[in-house]
Design a protein around this ligand. Structure first.
Ligand SMILES: *Cc1c(COP(=O)(O)O)cnc(C)c1O
Length: 424
C-alpha cells in the first residue's frame, strides 16, 4: 500500500504544526511510520489522500457510533448550517439535545454544554470543589480525563498518593491537590477515604476505561467507589467515551452507577465538538449564572454540534437494536481475534465491553495500567502495521480502545480476521 501524497504532506505539516498533528497520538509515534491523511469516510470505511481504503476501528476516537457520514447526521447538520453557523445566543437545538441527554440519563436534572471532554471534566471538578468547599480530588492511573492541569498528574513516588505533574508546565503545587490511585484498587481507595475522605471534593473515574486500553472495573472497585459518598465526596463518572456507547445511558445504565456528576462528549457531538457535564439540580445550580462557579464558552452549544448530537442521539434512541448489534459484532470480533492469536501461540489478553476493545500482548489479566504496560509493544507494532498494510486501520497505540460502529457488520469482522490471520 503506497502513500506518497500522505508522506509528502506529513513532511510539510511538520514545518508548520508541532509534530505535524493537532493531537499527539495521531503522529504514530508509538508505532512508527507515517499517518495517512484521511479525507473521506463512509460507514466503517475511510479513504486516504492516495486513494487507499481502510476498514476503520479508530472512528475518530469514539464519536462515530453511527459510522462515517451517516446520512441522518449529515442531513441535520446541513439543514442547520444553512441558517448560519453560530449566534452566541440561546438556540432551540440546545434544548432538544438537553432533553435527549436527560432521557438517556434520567438522574440528570441539569446539563451544561461545552466544546470538549477536557472542558467538561475541568468544569465538573471546579463545580465539585465549589460545591463541597474542599480542594483535593482523586483520579486513577491510566484514566484520561482530558488535558486540564490538575488531571495531567501521575502517582508520586512517596508513601502517600500526592500527584506529581505528568506534563511540563503543570505546577507542582497544583498537582499535589490530585491524589492518584491504581485503578481497581478497592482497598487503596478505602484506605485513602478513611485517612483523608473529609478533604476530598470528588473522585473522577472512567467507569470502564478506554484510555489505558480497555480496563473493566471489578464489582469490588465499584462498591468502594459507592462508599465514598458516605464521606461527602462527589463521584464524577467520566463518560466522555462510554456515554451512549455501552448503552444509551452509557456505563451508568449498564453498570447501575449512581454518580453525582457525569461528563459526556465524543458521541454527544456526533462528530462535531460538543461535550457536557450534568448532575442533580442542587449541585448544578451552583454553576453561573445561577451560582458562584464560573464557566462559559463562546461556541458552547453551537447549532452545528447540537444538530449532529441531536441526530445521533435520536437515531440511538429510536433504534435499540444498535446495542445488541454492537455487542454481537464486538463478541464476534473478540472470539475471532482470540482464535487467530491462540492458533499462532501469541500470548494475549483481550479486554472488551460492548463495542470497545483492546488486545494486550501479555498473558494477563490486565486490570490496571501497570498490567497494561506488560503488553509487548514490539508485537503490538507488528500487529498494527500488519493490519494497516492489509487495509485495517487499528488505533495507533496499544493504550487506546478500538471502536465498532453500527456499520461494522459480519463482513467487516471477517475481513479484519482475514487480515489478522495473514498478518500473524
Ligand atoms: C476523550 C476523553 C476525554 C477528553 O475529551 P476531549 O474532547 O478530547 O477533550 C476525557 N475523558 C475521557 C474518558 C475521554 O475518553
Amino acid at each position: 500500500m503506497e502513500r506518497p501524497l500522505s508522506e509528502a504532506l506529513f513532511a510539510e505539516a511538520q514545518r508548520h504544526i508541532p509534530g505535524g498533528v493537532s493531537s499527539p497520538v495521531r503522529a504514530f509515534k508509538a508505532v512508527g511510520g507515517t499517518p495517512p491523511y484521511l479525507v473521506r469516510g463512509e460507514g466503517a470505511y475511510v479513504y486516504d489522500l492516495d486513494g487507499n481504503r481502510y476498514l476503520d476501528y479508530v472512528m475518530s476516537w469514539g464519536p462515530l457510533i453511527l459510522g462515517h457520514a451517516h446520512p441522518k447526521v449529515l442531513a441535520r447538520v446541513e439543514e442547520t448550517l444553512r441558517q448560519g453557523l453560530t449566534f452566541g445566543a440561546p438556540h432551540p437545538l440546545e434544548v432538544e439535545l438537553a432533553r435527549r441527554v436527560k432521557r438517556a440519563y434520567p438522574m440528570l436534572d441539569l446539563v451544561r454544554f461545552v466544546n470538549s471532554g477536557t472542558e467538561a471534566t475541568m468544569s465538573a471538578l471546579r463545580l465539585a470543589r465549589g460545591y463541597t468547599g474542599r480542594e483535593y480530588i482523586v483520579k486513577f492511573r491510566g484514566n484520561y480525563h482530558g488535558h486540564a492541569d490538575g488531571l495531567l498528574v501521575e502517582a508520586g513516588s512517596g508513601a502517600l498518593t500526592f500527584g506529581t505533574p505528568s506534563s511540563a508546565g503543570v505546577p507542582e503545587a497544583y498537582a499535589r491537590l490530585t491524589l492518584v490511585l491504581e485503578y481497581n484498587d478497592a482497598e487503596g481507595l478505602r484506605d485513602l477515604l478513611r485517612a483523608r475522605g473529609e478533604e476530598i471534593a470528588a473522585i473522577i473515574f472512567e467507569p470502564v476505561v478506554g484510555n489505558a486500553g480497555v480496563l473493566i472495573p471489578t464489582e469490588e472497585f465499584l462498591r468502594a467507589l459507592r462508599e465514598a459518598k458516605a464521606y461527602g465526596v462527589l463521584l464524577i463518572a467520566d463518560e466522555v467515551m462510554t456515554g451512549f456507547r455501552l448503552a444509551f445511558g452509557g456505563a451508568t445504565e449498564r453498570l447501575g452507577l449512581e454518580p453525582d456528576l457525569i461528563t459526556l462528549g465524543k458521541i454527544l457531538g456526533g462528530g462535531l465538538p460538543a461535550a457536557a457535564y450534568g448532575g442533580q439540580r442542587e449541585i448544578m445550580e451552583r454553576v453561573a449564572p445561577l451560582g458562584p462557579v464560573y464557566q462559559a464558552g463562546t461556541l458552547s452549544g453551537n447549532p452545528l454540534a447540537m444538530a449532529a448530537g441531536c441526530a445521533t442521539l435520536a437515531f440511538l434512541e429510536e433504534n435499540p437494536w444498535v446495542y445488541s448489534h454492537l455487542e454481537e459484532m464486538g463478541g464476534r470480533l473478540e472470539a475471532g481475534i482470540r482464535e487467530v492469536l491462540s492458533r499462532k501461540g501469541i500470548p494475549h489478553t483481550l479486554n472488551r465491553m460492548g463495542s470497545m476493545l483492546t488486545v494486550f500482548f501479555t498473558e494477563g489479566p490486565v486490570r490496571n495500567l501497570e498490567e497494561a504496560k506488560r503488553s509487548d509493544q514490539g508485537v503490538f507494532r507488528r500487529f498494527f502495521h500488519g493490519l494497516l498494510e492489509r487495509g485495517v486501520y487499528w488505533p495507533p497505540s496499544n493504550f487506546e480502545a478500538a471502536f465498532l460502529s453500527i456499520a461494522h457488520g459480519p463482513e467487516e469482522v471477517d475481513r479484519t480476521l482475514e487480515a489478522l490471520d495473514r498478518a500473524v
